[in-house]
Design a protein around this ligand. Structure first.
Ligand SMILES: [Cu+2]
Length: 489
């Protein structure tokens, strides 16, 4: 058993929590600066400009590819989810949409904004309820495309939103975990792209879709393949793109499946842009926008906080002694059966050298600034072959060694490692379908278990608790999965 003392020795190996180094890269000549909609005044011109663009797109004839519904159809027909170019495709999609908005309202420097759903400010900004053009309920947009959508029960959706005005993401017990600073920091701190994008897509991304669309049984657009019918969709995806952009400029490397996207996108005049590629999306500098968080002034504050310059001055020999880990399997456990609503499903995982894995450190560096930081490695669970249930109004909390787990245990509990839901193609009516892998970072929950003196070095219990987020989920709803692999990353 780890005692509290040895656990503290483990955690002090890290110099500091993972940090985002923020600066405006020399290569950026972006005309559009995307700002934080969550901190804007309701009177900020962004909201009225955006509302004007949304209305203009609604007024366009169906023959025009810039028409509001046509832009949403691009998503259900072409979007990438659960694959390595989820972020790549959506960067193109949002950027062309932004250019269309800009053109239609005659403002060349119009920029979209991001919905920053981190912590207490995580409500949908008020103008998305107050301005009729930004409140999807007012438009009565048809969600279905030839009755072929992402899951049963979603095919007839018309203008609806599940989340209430002023309801913050962190106040929703089933989903709070995904919007805590600690969770988002753990995502930002991953150095492996597959894990980074898996956590980002599967947790804050997917759970915001389901919460905004499906809470209170609303079956709203945001939970479906036609999610881009809701104007908040585009700000949600700007935030995903911002987190990826910040991760990129910190010196991390993204995977590139070298995919081509033919016939997906249309320019500001409604003309097809031809083939775009996943490779083309990697270079932020070739786009015409930037985020207001990527600023030079913040570097000084962060390097001071982390004492980075001093650490760097310690010399490369010290850096060379550190272990730069790549994700490696350190254990696994087989599924004892499908998860069912409101019933704990526990997987016993066996691991080797858990103590060593928890004490390894990784190096972060931003080549453009020569800044470096280190942090302890992360312990990540990969839930293998998770299948989409018949009814997707459900969230699955993942806990570690939790002795008091019930369906009411909130997801911001210290022993909750993460939450996932079922946004994306994969239901019986889905285009792609099939089981998927879900990533959950267990590190902080494991540290909590260890601090209580309850962590053995050779294994622990991963517990799934599936809870309905709306009424009417049958008790025999099954969520089969193959098992759990534990990675040191
Ligand atoms: Cu999305």
């Amino acid at each position: 058993m780890l005692t509290r003392r040895s656990f503290l020795a483990v955690t002090t190996v890290g110099l500091a929590a993972p940090a985002i180094l923020r600066y405006r890269p020399a290569w950026s000549a972006a005309a559009r600066v995307r700002r934080n909609a969550s901190t804007m005044a309701p009177t900020d011109p962004f909201f009225s400009d955006y509302a004007q663009a949304v209305e203009a797109m609604h007024q366009l004839p169906v023959s025009d590819q810039r028409n509001w519904r046509n832009q949403a159809l691009i998503h259900i027909r072409h979007c990438t989810h659960g694959v390595s170019d989820f972020t790549h495709w959506h960067r193109w999609y949002v950027s062309y949409f932004e250019q269309i908005c800009s053109k239609l309202i005659g403002k060349p420097d119009f920029a979209l904004a991001y919905w920053d759903w981190e912590e207490s400010k995580s409500k949908v900004p008020d103008p998305f309820f107050d301005l009729p053009k930004l409140n999807v309920v007012q438009w009565n947009d048809q969600s279905n495309e030839q009755s072929d959508n992402w899951g049963p029960g979603r095919v007839t959706t018309i203008g609806a939103r599940g989340i209430a005005r002023a309801q913050t993401m962190t106040s929703i017990p089933q989903f709070a975990n995904s919007f805590l600073k600690t969770t988002l920091d753990s995502i930002r701190g991953q150095s492996d792209f597959e894990i980074f994008t898996g956590l980002l897509e599967g947790q804050p991304h997917g759970n915001a879709h389901v919460a905004v669309g499906s809470l209170h049984g609303a079956r709203g657009h945001m939970g479906s393949g036609m999610s881009s019918l809701d104007p908040i969709f585009w700000l949600h995806h700007c935030n995903i793109d911002r987190i990826w952009a910040e991760w990129q400029v910190t010196g991390n490397t993204s995977d590139d499946p070298k995919n081509t996207y033919p016939d997906s996108f249309y320019d500001a005049d409604g003309k097809p842009v031809g083939s775009k590629t996943s490779t083309g999306a990697l270079s932020l500098g070739s786009f015409d926008y930037i985020y207001d968080t990527i600023e030079p002034t913040v570097i000084g504050q962060i390097s001071e906080k982390l004492d980075l310059q001093k650490f760097d001055a310690g010399g490369n020999s010290m850096m060379a002694k550190l272990n730069l880990t790549t994700p490696a399997s350190i254990g696994s456990g087989a599924s004892p059966g499908p998860a069912l609503p409101n019933i704990e499903r526990a997987v016993d995982v066996k691991v080797t050298d858990l103590v060593q894995a928890l004490s390894e450190v990784r190096v972060f560096h931003a080549p453009e600034t020569s800044l470096k930081a280190i942090e302890p490695s992360r312990i990540v669970a990969r839930l293998e072959g998770v299948e989409t249930p018949q009814n997707t109004d459900i969230a699955v909390g993942v806990f570690v060694n939790c002795p008091y787990l019930t369906p009411e245990t909130p997801s911001d509990d210290k022993l909750c490692a993460g939450v996932f839901s079922f946004f994306g193609p994969g239901g019986p009516h889905g285009h792609h379908g099939g089981p998927r892998n879900v990533y959950i970072d267990l590190t902080d929950a494991l540290r909590s278990v260890a601090s209580q003196g309850r962590l053995a070095g050779n294994g622990f219990k991963v517990q799934l608790m599936a809870v309905p987020v709306a009424e009417g989920v049958p008790a025999d709803t099954r969520i089969p999965f193959k098992g759990v692999t534990i990675l040191s990353a």
